[in-house]
Design a protein around this ligand. Structure first.
Ligand code: CA
Length: 360
């Protein structure tokens, strides 16, 4: 059920009915997810069946990878071409590139560089974008783990597609076959520690405001926080979407918004200054505990030398098979709600978005 202990606007849903619950139970859960995607475009799922130990292990691999010397990380370089999204991107290198799965606000990106590094991998069967792994001896076990984490995340995407199919009363097997190739992307992200003042004054950003490009995104985040989601009824107003224990955050992307005839929202989000309790002033003895005790917590973000700690997050981007025809799904249109968009294949949609980007 929806609770109010997290960010006020994003519902928390217990997903344990998938895949093994009864029909009624599944319908109830599916309805909650449907509501969340209609209202906010985001939902927190608890009991999503990816074991906590696996999520924790993914974060520790991510930390180990980013802690490698730069020249080692550069043994698995992200290709300069804009069409092959695999491998390592150093901080500041990946600026205004158009991702297959994320649409940056280009104008803003040019003004304020994102300060982050990333490592991307995908489906082992994706011949169009082969994976680019660091040499096994540099980080033994990394590749094996990432491949198995990919499989877990892909399975969760398919279970959420099952839930969405139920809400629209689609005939079996529903939406899952439209993602049969699971051409998804697992991205490890590291935001290095940064002066709070730089983030606050928009000199640098962690990730500028953007919406996701594909059908859905899973997001695992550490305790630092900083993710903010725009209130679609009040553009420009953002509220926090921080981490919730054992929950994965799921959001709708632009392609799914179009496919659902705008029933489900693809909501703009960004990563900026986290809540003041994450900040500290290194070497000064001033930390969040001291500040909390003296009642000065909120002032910390304005204090000279205040530092936002490193943040790690793990998004998993899903999209439909490229030959899927994206046309208003049954149950999302009718006499009182005409189809808003022309049919387009998932491939055609990507081309359209890329072209639009290059014109800017
Ligand atoms: Ca995103």
């Amino acid at each position: 059920m929806a609770q109010s202990n997290g960010p006020s606007t994003i519902p928390i849903v217990d997903f344990s009915a998938f895949p093994n619950g009864g029909k009624e139970e599944q319908e109830q859960v599916a309805r909650q997810i449907d509501n969340a995607f209609r209202q906010v475009g985001f939902v927190y799922l608890k009991n999503h069946a990816i074991p906590r130990e696996k999520v924790d292990e993914c974060f520790s691999w991510s930390k180990k990878f980013f802690a490698l010397p730069m020249e080692t990380k550069m043994l698995a370089p992200h290709p300069p071409s804009g069409a092959h999204h695999r491998g390592y991107s150093a901080p500041g290198v990946e600026k205004v590139t158009q991702h297959q799965y994320e649409k940056d606000d280009i104008a803003k990106s040019r003004q304020v560089p994102d300060y982050k590094e990333s490592y991307e991998s995908g489906n082992v069967n994706d011949d169009s974008q082969p994976n680019i792994w660091p040499p096994e001896e540099e980080l033994p076990g990394f590749r094996t783990f990432m491949e198995s984490y990919f499989t877990e995340c892909a399975a969760l995407i398919h279970r959420i597609l099952d839930a969405l199919s139920i809400t629209l009363a689609l005939p079996e097997p529903g939406l899952s076959p439209t993602h049969s190739k699971s051409l998804f992307q697992l991205r490890l992200l590291h935001y290095p520690a940064i002066d709070a003042a730089e983030l606050k004054n928009n000199k640098r950003s962690r990730i500028n405001a953007h919406s996701d490009f594909g059908t859905m995104t899973l997001l695992f985040q550490d305790d630092v926080g900083g993710l903010e989601v725009e209130d679609s009824n009040h553009p420009g107003k953002f509220s926090r979407a921080g981490p919730i224990d054992d929950a994965v955050l799921v959001n709708i992307g632009d392609l799914m918004m179009r496919w659902s005839n705008d029933r489900w929202r693809s909501t703009v989000h960004r990563v900026g200054l986290p809540s003041p309790k994450a900040l500290s002033i290194p070497g000064s003895g001033v930390n969040t505990e001291g500040q909390r005790n003296s009642g000065k917590l909120v002032e910390l973000e304005d204090a000279e030398g205040a530092v936002v700690p490193d943040r790690y997050s793990i998004p998993f981007f899903a999209t439909a098979d490229m030959d899927t025809v994206i046309e208003a799904l049954p149950g999302t249109w009718g006499e009182d709600r005409p189809k808003k968009y022309e049919p387009v294949t998932a491939w055609g949609y990507v081309q359209m978005r890329m072209a639009a980007t290059y014109e800017e």
